[in-house]
Design a protein around this ligand. Structure first.
Ligand code: WAQ
Ligand code: MG
Length: 277
């Protein structure tokens, strides 16, 4: 059963005012102390020592928690950047993102999408047809918060991912974020890769394709990355979407399927068929 009292815990680490890392969790009261400690250790375990770590703990005050299942995960065994980028375009197109919008997104993530040229703390929101950016603050982006695995689902996904050799906490966290985002109003798909120089993996995801993971979305050593949420502009209620992403508590209580493939065509064929019926 889901306990009625959940707490949102957000961590933000910075050095000289520059964002270094952040994390968000949603836990029951008895896990607050342990989770806070984990997040502080995470903030300090990065290559650069932060000079400020902020941890914010908010009670949800009984706001009802939405329960979802995690997206299915497919790890694509592609061996280089070009193959991964090309497969990620195919996933986005199958989910309904136009070629123009996917090119704009890839270019921005390569360059560093903030107007200053750096990475953003949050995500871009992009019109899936035109590539137009819709997030209110282009320097910061939209930070998704208030999502987590239930204790049981955490154990289950940890087991599956470990079996597949995906032991990094980033995969587990990205899968939970992408699962919340995929069910957002008007969301069509997401594209992401890390801004950490030593982590080159990324993903394209949607409710129809699931979370499709690629090992090489950027050259090693580059520290540009970020996230793009593609939306359908027709009927879009931006305030409702922002409120869902930032405020609505979501707990993942069951996992999807987890598998690997060297050939995406089967997955995408099924996606296209199911989108048109
Ligand atoms: N909400 C919105 N955007 C975010 C959030 C959030 N909560 N957290 C991070 N971002 C954006 C922000 O622009 C970061 O610069 C960018 O995403 C990358 O964040 O193995 O580790 O925490 O399957 O570096 C993807 C592959 C890893 C995982 C993603 O992201 C895998 C990752 P990072
Ligand atoms: Mg990062």
């Amino acid at each position: 059963m889901i306990s009625p009292s959940f707490y949102s815990i957000r961590m933000r680490a910075s050095v000289g005012g520059r964002h270094l890392s952040g994390a968000e969790r949603l836990v029951s009261a008895e896990l607050i102390a342990r989770t806070t400690q984990e997040l502080v250790e995470r903030a300090r375990g990065k290559g650069t020592d932060p000079d400020q770590v902020q941890v914010t703990i908010d009670s949800l005050n009984g706001v009802p928690v939405r329960i979802i299942q995690a997206l299915d995960l497919t790890a694509v065994n592609a061996h280089d950047l070009a193959a991964c980028r090309s497969a990620s375009r195919q996933v986005l197109h199958a989910a309904g993102v136009s070629p123009a919008a996917s090119e704009t997104a890839l270019k921005l993530l390569d360059r560093g999408p903030a107007p200053s040229g750096g990475t953003m703390r949050g995500a871009m929101i992009m019109d899936a047809a035109t590539g137009e950016r819709l997030e209110p603050d282009r320097e910061r982006g939209v930070r998704v918060s208030r999502f987590d695995w239930s204790v049981d689902a955490y154990a289950a996904i940890d087991r599956e991912l470990t079996c597949m050799g995906l032991r990094h906490f980033r995969t587990r966290e990205a899968l939970s974020l992408a699962s919340k985002v995929a069910y957002g109003p008007s969301v069509i798909a997401e594209l992401c890769w890390s801004d950490d120089a030593d982590y080159s993996a990324g993903y394209a995801s949607s409710a129809s394709t699931g979370y499709v993971r690629f090992p090489y979305m950027k050259e090693k050593g580059r520290s540009t990355g970020g996230r793009v949420f593609f939306v359908k502009s027709e009927g879009l209620d931006l305030d409702a979407l922002l409120s869902y992403l930032q405020k609505e508590p979501v707990i993942i209580t069951s996992i999807g399927s987890c598998g690997q493939t060297s050939d995406l065509s089967g997955l995408l064929q099924n996606t296209t068929i199911s989108r048109h019926v």
